[in-house]
Each structure stands twice: as C-alpha cells, then as structure tokens.
Ligand binder design. Structure first.
Ligand SMILES: *[C@@H]1O[C@H](CO)[C@@H](O)[C@H](O)[C@H]1NC(C)=O
Length: 208
C-alpha cells in the first residue's frame, strides 16, 4: 500500500515538473500553426531575444488617409507571447488624425496615452450608447471586447497611445471596410443594410 505522505510527495514533484516544462511555448514560425497558436520552439533553442521586441521607440508609419500608424508586438512578431494571451501595440496619431472605428472580436483593449492631449477616446455599446471622453497624457481607458471604438486627436501635438490586448494576436475589423469594401455583392449589401446601390457606391467606392 502507498503511504499518504509518499503519495503527496509524488504529487508535488509531478506538479512542479509539469509547471516547469510548461513555462512558455515560444512560437516556432517554421512549424505548422494549430488552432491554439504556433507550435512550440524547442526550449533548448529559446533565448531571451524570443521575449523582447524593439521598435516602439520610432514612430509608426502614419502615411494614410486617417493619419495614424500602428506597430504591433503580437505573437506573430514577438514569439515569446505565443500562448500567453496578451500583447501590446504602439499607435501614433498625427495632429488631426484619427484611429478609424474598428473592433477586435476576440480581445479587450486597455490603452494609455503616452504623449498628446485632447484625444477623444470612445466606444459604442451593443445598445448603441456611446461612451467617449477627452483623454490626456497619462490617461488609461478600457475598450471592452468586441465593441467598436475610435480615437480622434484634436490636440495640437501628435499623440502616442499604447494598447494592451487580452489576446496574443488580436484580429481587427475596420467598420467601413468590412461593410463597404468586402467580397459581398453590392445587391446583398443593399438588401442587408437598407442602403441603395448608389449610396453603397458612394461609401468607399462600393464592392462588386
Ligand atoms: C508608409 O506607408 C505608405 C502607405 O502604405 C507607403 O507607401 C510608404 O512606403 C510607407 N513608408 C515607409 C517609410 O515605410
């Protein structure tokens, strides 16, 4: 018969062993990707550099109509994040620039304004209620999972906003393009939005 003390001892040893071997699962970009994320890199080949991302010190490319730029530190470019369920992004919003209305279907976002002032941050609840506030340097705002949100830099200086996500690879749906620049036939968009073809054509040039 196994003594209870021995049983507890073996349980502790096996648990700490299990925790030890599962410290992390650094992404192996060369191996197949499964539904849970990337395959794990051989732990013997993991180095500290797998856990470090550089690049937030330089502005993101904001040469676009919205005048904002975004640099991700996601599992796709910071392999140590794989499996950990968090990530970070760096957003630059030029004077007069905006982060267009978008959502992250699988992630809550937590932002902090690192530079700038008079930035409208807002999100829209599923009951269509808008929650918006003027944010200044040092302010933090949480954008609940899946809800449409946006930023408008009304200030007189460029803004830098850091965004943490509750996902290592948050997906993004830009409202305008998902509605009016998708693969759906315009007549179906017309039927499902109650807009007419001319209106759809006017909105981002329509689709098909
Ligand atoms: C910035 O983005 C624009 C538009 O995508 C592109 O044409 C341009 O080459 C980019 N600039 C740099 C420095 O990467």
């Amino acid at each position: 018969m196994i003594s209870p003390i021995f049983f507890v001892f073996s349980l502790i040893v096996s648990c700490s062993y299990a925790l030890h071997v599962q410290d992390f699962c650094v992404a192996d970009y060369t191996a197949p990707q499964g539904p849970a994320g990337y395959s794990c890199k051989d732990p013997a080949k993991v180095t500290v550099d797998d856990f470090v991302h550089s690049g937030f010190g330089v502005p993101s490319n904001s040469s676009n109509v919205f005048k904002f730029g975004f640099t991700p530190a996601f599992a796709s470019n910071l392999p140590g994040l794989n499996g950990l369920g968090v990530s970070l992004g760096h957003t630059d919003v030029e004077i007069g620039g905006v982060v267009p209305i978008h959502s992250h279907p699988g992630a809550t976002e937590l932002v902090v304004v690192a530079e700038g002032s008079s930035i409208i941050g807002g999100f829209i609840g599923s009951n269509n209620k808008v929650y918006q506030k003027i944010l200044n340097k040092g302010d933090t705002m949480v954008l609940p999972q899946g809800l449409y949100h946006f930023f408008v830099n009304q200030g007189t200086t460029p803004a830098i906003i850091y965004a943490a996500f509750s996902s290592e690879g948050p997906t993004v749906q830009l409202m305008d393009t998902s509605l009016f620049k998708n693969d759906l036939a315009s007549d179906i968009i017309a039927k499902t939005t109650l807009l007419d073809a001319a209106q759809i054509q006017k909105l981002l040039g329509g689709t098909n």
